[in-house]
Design a protein around this ligand. Sequence first.
Ligand code: ATP
Ligand code: MG
Length: 725
Amino acid sequence: MLQQLNGHSSSSHDQSKVSLREDIQEFLSGEAPLHQLDDLTKVNPVTLETVLRCLQARYMVDTFYTNAGCTLVALNPFKPVPGLYSPEMMREYHAASQPQKLKPHIFTVGEQTYRNVKSLIEPVNQSIVVSGESGAGKTWTSRCLMKFYAVVATSPTSWENHKIAERIEQRILNSNPVMEAFGNACTLRNDNSSRFGKFIQLQLNRAQQMTGAAVQTYLLEKTRVACQASSERNFHIFYQICKGASEEERVQWHLPKGSTFSWLPNPERTLEEDCFEVTREAMLHLGIDTPTQNNIFKVLAGLLHLGNVQFADSEDEAQPCQLTEEAKCSVRTSASLLQLPENMLLETLRIRTIRAGRQQQVFRKACSRAECDTRRDCLAKLVYARLFDWLVLVINSSIYADPDSWTTFIGLLDVYGFESFPDNSLEQLCINYANEKLQQHFVAHYLRAQQEEYAVEGLEWSFVNYQDNQTCLDLIEGSPISICSLINEECRLNRPSSAAQLQTRIESALAGSPCLGHNKLSREPSFVVVHFAGPVRYHTAGLVEKNKDPVPPELTGLLQQSQHSLLTVLFPTDPKEKTQEKPSGQNRTPALTVVSKFKASLEQLLRILQNTTPHYIRCIKPNSQGQPQSFLQEEVLSQLEACGLVETIHISAAGFPIRVSHQNFMERYELLRRLCPQASSSFHNPYSAKEHSEQPPQGEAATLQTLLQDILHILPALTGTAATP
Ligand code: ATP
Ligand code: MG
């Protein structure tokens, strides 16, 4: 064959020959220019290393999106990329006859979901699960997708409709700056880190126009109101009011220029997110008028002043803690802003009431300094969490469409990624539990999708011993005994129990689980869970208390005394009103533990997702400094593992790792037909196989399989190497 090739003297043919040889070698050795591989399943062989090299090669040429089977991998550019998210780009993907043939993009996913809803006779709801670690770009991606739908899911015909649509879409988009102002904060890992999980359903009518939306939030990190790690900040809104208030408002809210607040660390950092005007404008569009806004900001200012109340130990333990003159002034200002009786506020913070005996006699006991601090922080957390829930409720009422006006939805899930820190607690347990659930959902869907694809292609295949993460989920949430049930039981029994005891209980009751790791080296009481993304050590100290999330009844009682019009809504005295406040019941029933509430909301989310066709976007942070053009392999590698892409690759490897469309293959290796008579019989249109009556029709992939076998057979002759067995 080689001689035959050499026999041709034309230089163009020589070139073809060389490039053909290189092409075949590249194709079979996986050394095609990596940055051109737009699907990681085409990397050959599929290993973490090759996947990493491919992503790096693409990142370095400013290509930020890559397919990985049914997942889209999104690398954070950490710089503005001109045109990448422009309305023109949106329209290009929307107008394309085959958007999947364009470069991988979040708009491909956006358009695919949009078409899936539209094209089916029986419409199917869609969901896009955006995951990744903090700072990877989940919120950015979700926001861009919302903008995409706001552009494509409108009526181009009727101006009247367009106006209505514009209004609702604008409202939906306006929910972002408001929720981010109240729910995002600057952390060590991301200047605009979402401190809550979010699922938004974009509701579409039969004509595929967006008529409304509904937002559900998960696990707001309310402790941040009263406690911020060094170098981190409180929620953006606090900085916004302090920086953006007018002179008149400063007087009203007691926020004179230059005032300092303990709960407002690092105010000197100026962030893009500090723009008060944007938040206010967006609130207005959502129907939150200026007087209501002023009420909200007054409450927030009241909390800031509350944070400045520092207690000092009293000489006599039986006496309430002391306050400096400055602290007394802060109590006064806070009470005035929250419209609470000053004495009552002070007393509630410093004195615990206990009811005991048959007559429920009331005993009053002075709190220690630490107890006073806890009560003050608890008060702030309680107010902020209710305020946030209320805002979500208001936003929903402003964007929610009449149930008759929509038939399908596209859900966007912007959820915190897998977390593993040196010190992990209940928050990480909940977050990683959610990720286990989502991973299980993903695997089930991915396997099913692959099976269906192979069946259509007529390929023979079988998956080998793939383990899903049910064992780990059994350990965390299983019945009758699991980590969650044991922590909940401790809360229910309400007995004094040390961190070491909880560790022993977990270890002995769940010793049989292969996902409970060994914990021999840790000095602190803890247990280890072997998650799909890696082992995580959870410290048991404080776990039970956090799970109870106790609110002293005096605090709620105090807030119910407020004359502030917003606080009277947030803390109604009539229990009936209270249940109406938030239908999902988040943070309402005292008996429910944090874990139980989280489990219930997660199950509800999973039920919704299971009834949708899911799509996955895995966001990756190329470096932790937020620098453009910097791709740190170690950091990316750990994220590839943590976001479960390794698992996806394993599943892909168990299936067929190389996918080439029949058309591409034909175009690329057309020359072989002329050069290699042995192989040319395989160069037929898979669908023309129908013409051969005795042969069953072959799909593209099956045709390529035959073709590749032929090529492997003739390769030694083409390249002048000995045939390998
Ligand atoms: P967290 O879990 O902390 O909320 P996240 O995954 O939501 O993190 P984002 O807030 O979306 O992360 O992104 C972090 C920052 O990265 C953004 O503020 C933005 O500066 C930058 N960024 C993310 N995606 C892009 C993008 N596609 N183009 C340009 N910059 C981006
Ligand atoms: Mg975010």
